[in-house]
Design a protein around this ligand. Sequence first.
Ligand code: ADP
Ligand code: ZN
Length: 753
Amino acid sequence: MSDPRPSRPATADTIPADIAPGSMVAEVALLAPLPNPLSYAVPEELSAQVHPGVRVQVPLGRRTAIGVVISLHPLQEQKWELKPVSACLDREVAALDPASVAFMQRVSTYYVHPLGLTLKTALPAGLTQQNPPAEKQEISYRPGEAEGEVRGTKQQALLDFIRTQGEARMEDLRASFPQPHAPLKRLEEKGLVKRHVSSTSRDPFAGLDVVPDAAPQLAPEQASAVEAICAQSGENGDFAPFLLHGVTGSGKTEVYLHAIAHVVQHLKQQALVLVPEISLTPQLVKRFRARFEHQEVRIGILHSGMSVAERHDIWREINHNRIDIVIGARSAVFAPLQRLGIVVVDEEHDESYKQGEGLRYHARDIALLRGQMLQIPVVLGSATPALTSFARARDGHMTLLSLTHRAMERPMPVVEVVDLSGIKQPCVLGEKLLGALEQTLEAGEQALLLLNRRGYSPYLICRDCGTTFRCPNCDITLTWYRSQTLLKCNYCDYTEAPSESCPACGGATIEPQGVGTEQLEQTLQEHFPAARIARMDRDSTRTKGSQQRLVDQMESQSVDILVGTQMIAKGHDFSGVTLVGVIDADAALNFPDFRAAERCFSLLAQVAGRAGRGSMPGRVLVQTRSPENPALECALQHDYHAFCRLELPMREMLGYPPYGYLVNMVCSGLNRAEVEKSAEHLCQQLQLHTEVEILGPAPCPLFRLRNRFRVQVLLKAAKRYPLRQVLERLPEFNARLPKQVNLILDVDPLDMM
Ligand code: ADP
Ligand code: ZN
């Protein structure tokens, strides 16, 4: 049967619907890569339930899809007969309140990302499916000989997923694999996995004993910070961004606690606290619980270790207005708090606030946007603010609040440079660091050692011909994991067994080069056989709860030396740590990125801040081959302002943030020539705007990643609006790309590898 009426462009298929004139039309953003929302008619029987922010099921072609209602308007004239909304998925309350819908729209516009996909990122996975997750089944991995018999890529992928997690949740499997049941059953039959119903709650903080505490008397600087923030909250409040700059241990958390107490208990509003990685900051959660929970303030925690079902439950509690304070990582910035009165972004400089794929948002930046839309205070806290944040405060766009010394008059740790430039051989543990470790162990105190490289060594090399072992899919050497006798790619998870002889020259001497955390741990154990040594990096914390266990062991002092990557630098408050060692400060400095110095400064300042937080003073030893590096010098002096004076003029000269705005466009695809040509074309189209400087096309530093070739075009402008004008033409650029080439857009990029 053919339909003579014109079909409506870019919308749901048209079929005659039983919609009376005068009914409503819902604009629905489907959780799919569509550029615009689609219009659907609201049938009579659903009209009471369909509001902005409600999730609905709608027909799309022959399938059904889920979307969020963005707006409603009366059906004007029946030019096209719209398909009707099939069902309303939110019964009692909408998944999003109207203010949150407006917020997501702004986020979508800012990052030039389809609204539906923005919503999909914001909503917890449980709400992007038609049926809410119910049972909490877990699948655990059982090593066995049958592993060699696994057939089929689906089974293999599933097994890999479960193995890396140790124990996976059924919901997560369903979220990651289209149809996991059949392959899972095969694996079960082979005895490689076992299914069981999970009994315990996964909230690592659920069972914690919390001793109620009372708020301490604030120091004068703290008090005036709290006063400034409170003056901007409530009825007479305004959008008030604050930068709370205080050295590590200066009492920033105490400022948050006081300001939040005012907003939540006095003004009866809600608070949102963002932390970089919540599993790393159990102490912060504990302090909030201790301060508030016995006062009938309800705290909701959102973190990455939670199951789909648990996230869903918390989100629903928030929807029902049963939560007063939400503490969570990056994605908690979307939590639909309807009476939000303050947002705190702790460790605002931390780059884990930036999402690296899909909607590449920065939680701190959009927290500011949300605060502006709601006219509430937003407090960014850090000992080492991002230079962009510092510049904003300096230019009067944020109020700077400073805490200039540590609470309780505790001294800052003494930082010493250990100059290794005179030593010819590679040196991991210099004499001075070894001596300091010995002293620390003798005194029964703890040490943290930072080394920002995982595995045993970053590569293997043939001594005869210099061949290194590289990933076949990426432009990178394979990291050597000696404990597992495996070479692994840290980007795409490719693994291979090392060969006995060099594949290029047949030489038999293959040696590890460079040192990673695994080797450091082993070397330490050889030096200090009696010491209890643990390692914290992405490899040792893959299984659930493992990170928490390490933190607990450090707190209970059942570990003497903790070795780790930058994970150990973040926010921990281990009172027994008196020695911090930085194994190789140069690694961070030599990174090919204009932010290398900033990252290095911040990492050193943060890791140094881990020493001497208890009653005993701390000592920090930084090993380097370039002791005269000025960024290093500033870190040693704990002098953030000196670092700014050093670094800002260089940024200004180059027009980099905070003196300019960047957008990175990356073309990628399997065919090198096609990718390069597409990037050329893209550049030619972009040349038109005189206020936008175009850098590139240039191969990305990681030219090939997961088999895809990558070429980038960096846009730079002194102001935002010319960039926005260029970005408005994105659909046009996209349309001209060959099908096999992807264009990724990163607004305010941080990682440009
Ligand atoms: P930051 O968040 O800046 O690292 P914290 O708020 O964690 O600092 O404070 C560091 C330590 O000092 C904590 O143990 C905290 O309880 C304590 N502290 C902070 N402010 C005060 C105060 N006004 N009186 C007493 N102790 C304080
Ligand atoms: Zn790889």
